[in-house]
Design a protein around this ligand. Structure first.
Ligand code: CTP
Length: 418
């Protein structure tokens, strides 16, 4: 296995700074090295002594440290790593980075580096949602900074919401992805992958619609993970509440029928794989009213007649011409997950099914984690519960392995049950 790499870890001043101790320990266990840098504020939360003891290296703290400068100048320090990880990335550090300020060692290193930068934001929910932070975040992402988290949950300040720093394992996985992307080769470069994601909205009248709880988070994470491996991703999404993926072509649609049309148009250029992560509405109203439906005073609700939507996954899987060599479907199940998903794979004619438990108790739909089982012609494999980003990276790696094997991915048995 390749050496995991050298992280320059900038620890910012936040309660989550203590998690950096675990992060350092885990990276070193994998054989990697960590060069720690602490801001003044960080020293209020963890001691430089604990950090250097775990890192096995002295902590860099001062911009004007002549001894350190003689040994390794800050320019050199900023470039000697495979990735710079900022954790916790406070509102202040993000603001400095976005505006190019360099008035201490951490911000100077971030300005002087040519290494990729990964930030793990952590702050109070109001600070995270503040337009200034969101503006800085957009600037940093546009500058090519990778962002991991923040997660949602109870915060040290007593509030609840987004702002919790990602867990050390998630940060390290993101760092590994950044390092892998930098080192190359990018196994999916030259490969085109079409995806669907999000819910669909089926109009009842101009103001009402039928929908479902899919947020589009898993689809977005998978699209970004595939793009990070070099794929050219064509992403057809319904009106998802989650943000759109970066670095991919996004096509926005509303209904299942629009989605099918967009997928067919997207496949006019051949694709190496198609991944159907959308939670497509199975039914639409047989005819949507052209104007807003009104109560007629009788106390009787209007009848809502439903019609079945086209099955996009099945339509594409069973195509003779232009079927991508690897077709992956998702299965949202609430009970008997593996049995239902195995039957679904055959019924739909796709190569793999990624099955997930969407029962209310699982918290998967609209949540940040997922526990999936991959079902192929060879059997099933259950993956432990993990953040949706981590599931996405693992699935992207699996797709890359299938597309880069000498022989093309096995097609589903022809003539499976319908
Ligand atoms: N799918 C699709 N078009 C549809 C319905 C589903 O492309 N009209 C795709 C989904 O994107 C997913 C897979 O089919 O990849 C399975 O979706 P799921 O909702 O689990 O299955 P259904 O077909 O709705 O089956 P059932 O309602 O019986 O569970």
């Amino acid at each position: 296995m390749a050496e995991p790499g050298r992280i320059l870890l900038i620890i910012g001043g936040g309660v989550a700074a203590y998690k950096c101790l675990d992060l350092i320990r885990r990276w070193r266990e994998r054989g990697g090295t960590v060069t720690p840098v602490m801001t003044r504020a960080a020293e209020e939360f963890v001691t430089p002594l604990s950090v250097s003891a775990l890192a096995g290296e002295a902590v860099h703290r001062d911009l004007f440290d002549l001894t350190a400068e003689a040994e390794m100048g800050h320019i050199q320090l900023s470039r000697a790593s495979d990735v710079i990880v900022v954790a916790p990335a406070t509102a202040d550090l993000m603001g400095k980075m976005a505006h190019g300020l360099a008035n201490d060692l951490a911000s100077t290193l971030l300005m002087a580096t040519d290494a990729p930068v990964l930030i793990a934001p952590a702050m109070n929910v109001r600070m995270w949602e503040h337009p200034a932070t969101q503006r800085n975040l957009a600037t940093l992402q546009a500058d090519g900074v990778t962002v991991v988290g923040p997660g949602t949950g109870a915060m040290a300040c007593g509030e609840y919401g987004p702002g919790r720093m990602a867990e050390p394992l998630e940060i390290l996985e993101a760092a590994e992805a950044v390092i892998a992307a930098r080192r190359g080769p990018r196994p999916l470069s030259g490969k085109r992958i079409l995806m669907t994601s999000g819910p669909t909205h089926e109009p009842i009248d101009p103001v009402r619609y039928i929908a479902n709880r899919s947020s589009g988070a898993q689809g977005t994470a998978l699209a970004e993970a595939l793009a990070a491996l070099g794929a050219d991703v064509h992403f057809v999404t319904g009106p998802a509440t989650h943000r759109r993926p970066k670095g991919v072509t996004v096509v926005e649609v509303e209904s299942a029928r629009d989605m099918l049309a967009a997928v067919e148009a997207g496949l006019e250029t051949p694709a190496d794989a198609a991944v159907f992560a959308a939670a497509v509405a199975d039914w639409r109203t047989a005819s949507a009213a052209g104007s807003k439906m009104k109560k007629d005073g009788s106390g009787q609700p209007p009848p809502l007649t439903l019609a079945e939507n086209p099955d996009i996954l099945r339509t594409i899987s069973r195509r003779d011409a232009g079927r991508p060599p690897l077709v992956v479907g998702f299965a949202a199940e609430t009970d008997d997950v593996i049995a239902h998903a195995t039957a679904k794979r055959l019924r739909k004619g796709c190569d793999w099914i990624v099955a997930n438990d969407v029962s209310p108790a699982s918290g998967v739909m609209g949540g940040t984690e997922n526990a999936v089982t991959i079902i192929t012609a060879d059997g099933s494999e259950s993956w432990e519960r993990a953040p949706k980003d981590a599931v996405a990276r693992r699935l992207a790696a699996r797709i890359a392995a299938a597309l880069t094997e000498d022989s093309p991915a096995p097609r589903a048995a022809a003539g499976g049950a319908s």
